[in-house]
Design a protein around this ligand. Structure first.
Ligand SMILES: *Cc1c(COP(=O)(O)O)cnc(C)c1O
Length: 367
């Protein structure tokens, strides 16, 4: 018997999404760095990105990049979380490119790269208001760029980049892309040569591309989310972009097993305190209803809002670390113990599911 709960990875759907997204970018003169962090660095996803025409494989964790290389990925590897000092010597062995936002780190990187005997490529980050990583002033990024260019012979200045739509929720508008291009031009003028890379952001930077207002200087996007999740989140649900409707939202499907079906009240009986996570919950009294208890829980996927049951009429009511309770009163199909319920998964659920030791990953349509 198949070990449950299972996360089915459908590589045919995944490659369809990657091909489509890379095609959109190519039309705008943009190369894609295929970001694999949301899959906890599933090496087969990196190989899919490579076969679909990505130009780099990117992750926020060195272990994941090392695994991609071991699995046979030939593309240059890009570290997209600005690195810790403590991982620089490992980073220069594993990766070819990294994002950088600190002079101290760049100086230490010079030492690590020299020791490794190999020039390391960097993309200096510009913080254009989202307030995560990056230099905040144009003059500062220009000064640092000149320093890297002239003083650090084992660090090659490959380009500059930005990240938006993350901790600060700032939209990658035309203005932000134009600002990045302006900063890139200032750097180019100061160092007296063109930059190879102007990296305009992540999935959310597809918005100016869809609108046809992407600055032509931007020639790299670092794309994760939309390739894996398709129209299930963000670009569709938050920004209403219908362009993504051609993508699949069934690259990853969670299968969970029913371990109890009973008809019970919907409001708990007794004096109410807090739930298993110490929270005061609100319960709506809808009378007695039929429900199914599933052997998967918040330890596996995080939050019930991040999984979407694929069973008509079913609704996720609540969950503990190891149980999920579905309201199945309105389902035409009658569930029984041992049956399987399938769920589409959103970004943060995918992040957790792929990292959970309780989840069996089953890959289909690999090639
Ligand atoms: C996570 C991340 C990305 C990819 O973001 P998605 O929204 O998943 O496309 C790109 N760049 C950086 C720096 C990141 O941390």
């Amino acid at each position: 018997m198949r070990k449950r709960p299972t996360l089915i990875v459908d590589h045919k759907n995944l490659r369809h999404n990657m091909n489509t997204v890379i095609g959109w970018c190519r039309e705008a003169g943009i190369d894609v760095a295929g970001v694999i962090k949301v899959t906890t660095g599933l090496a087969s996803a990196a190989l899919d990105y490579e076969s679909c025409g990505a130009k780099w494989i990117a992750s926020s964790r060195l272990e994941q990049l090392a695994r991609a290389r071991e699995a046979g990925v030939k593309l240059p590897l890009l570290m997209i979380r600005v690195p810790m000092l403590s991982e620089l010597s490992e980073m220069v062995k594993i990766c070819d490119y990294s994002l950088q936002s600190s002079l101290d780190t760049l100086k230490a990187l010079q030492e690590a790269a020299a020791e490794n005997g190999k020039v390391h490529n960097v993309i200096l980050m510009a913080d254009l208001g989202d307030l995560r990583e990056g230099f905040f002033e144009k003059e500062e990024i220009v000064d640092i760029a000149v320093y890297v260019e002239n003083e650090l012979d084992f660090v090659h200045l490959a380009g500059i980049g930005t990240n938006l739509g993350c901790v600060g929720s700032v939209k990658p508008t035309k203005e932000k892309m134009d600002m990045l291009a302006d900063w890139a031009e200032a750097v180019e003028e100061a160092i007296g040569r063109p930059l190879e890379i102007v990296s305009g952001g992540a999935t959310s930077s597809l918005i100016p591309l869809f609108d046809g207002v992407m600055n032509p200087k931007v020639n790299m996007l670092r794309i994760g989310a939309v390739s894996y999740i398709g129209p299930l989140e963000d670009l569709r649900t938050c920004y209403g972009r219908e362009e993504v409707d051609v993508l699949s939202d069934e690259c990853f499907v969670l299968e969970a097993e029913v371990i109890e079906t009973n008809t019970k009240p919907t409001h708990p009986i007794g004096e109410l305190g807090v739930d298993a996570f110490g929270k005061k919950a609100v319960y709506v009294d809808r009378g007695r209803r039929r429900r199914a208890l599933l052997a998967v829980g918040r330890a596996d996927y995080g939050d019930i809002d991040d999984i979407v049951p694929q069973l008509e009429g079913a609704e996720v009511m609540m969950a503990s670390g190891d149980h999920t309770i579905l309201d199945i009163e309105d389902c035409r199909e009658q569930l029984r113990v041992g049956d399987i319920v399938r769920f589409k998964v959103k970004y943060s659920a995918l992040l957790r599911l792929t990292a959970s030791e309780n989840i069996t990953i089953e890959e289909i349509n690999r090639q």
